[in-house]
Ligand binder design. Structure first.
Ligand SMILES: Cc1cc2nc3c(=O)[nH]c(=O)nc-3n(C[C@H](O)[C@H](O)[C@H](O)COP(=O)(O)O)c2cc1C
Length: 185
């Protein structure tokens, strides 16, 4: 969806590649990194990819496309210095982090972004989208873990919650970051 929106921009070359197949990033001006959230952080393989490419990424504009099942906005956050888009499907009422319980705190925009930025670079945009949970597609450990989560809270549920129109809206907003002649990965 993001790829389709951006490849429609005149003069922009966009490549869509699995992180493990990325040959090199030096030819690109902007790198959009997509990852599901796992244990309140981006997927471990993506963290490794970021660490391995840190020096190259320093000279790029980095964008994050992140999926998760639960996200709540912290109304005490002073902002992050870059735009953060939250899929409107996340319907938890925003709250000050100082009044959140532990589940909400650890799933707040403030905590997700603080954790992400500990081992990454400041991005030019982050989009958070509701993802999916298909127990059959998970390995034994992840399935057991998510079973525990589902017993503990109703805030995360089994199902496919991807909201294509939210993804397309955000992807269109990225066109402003792009200028003619740039290359995306
Ligand atoms: C082991 C594991 C840990 C997860 N941790 C979180 C989490 O911390 N916060 C959250 O909102 N969702 C969490 N999820 C849900 C995933 O982020 C969600 O299912 C995501 O959409 C999966 O993307 P995929 O379908 O591309 O794998 C977790 C899922 C698994 C299996």
């Amino acid at each position: 969806m993001v790829y389709n929106e951006l490849k429609a921009v005149d003069g922009v070359q966009v490549d869509l590649t699995l992180f493990r197949d990325v040959g090199g990033l030096s030819a690109y001006d902007v790198v959009i990194i997509g990852s599901p959230m796992r244990f309140k952080n981006v997927n471990a393989n993506i963290r490794k990819f970021i660490a391995q490419n840190m020096e190259t990424l320093r000279n790029k504009e980095v964008v994050y496309f992140l999926t998760c099942l639960y996200l709540i906005r912290d109304t005490e956050s002073p902002g992050f210095g870059f735009p953060v888009f939250m899929d409107p499907s996340f319907d938890a009422a925003p709250k000050p982090i100082s009044r959140m319980n532990m589940m909400d705190k650890t799933h707040s925009d403030t905590q997700y972004i603080d954790t992400l930025l500990k081992n990454s670079l400041d991005p030019v945009s982050i989009g958070f989208f509701k993802g999916r949970l298909d127990m059959k597609s998970l390995g034994v450990f992840s399935r057991l873990f998510m079973r525990g989560v589902l017993l503990f809270t109703k805030k995360e549920q089994i199902g496919d919650f991807l909201n294509p129109s939210a993804v397309s809206d955000w992807a269109r907003s990225l066109k402003e970051i792009v200028s003619v002649g740039r290359r995306f990965a």
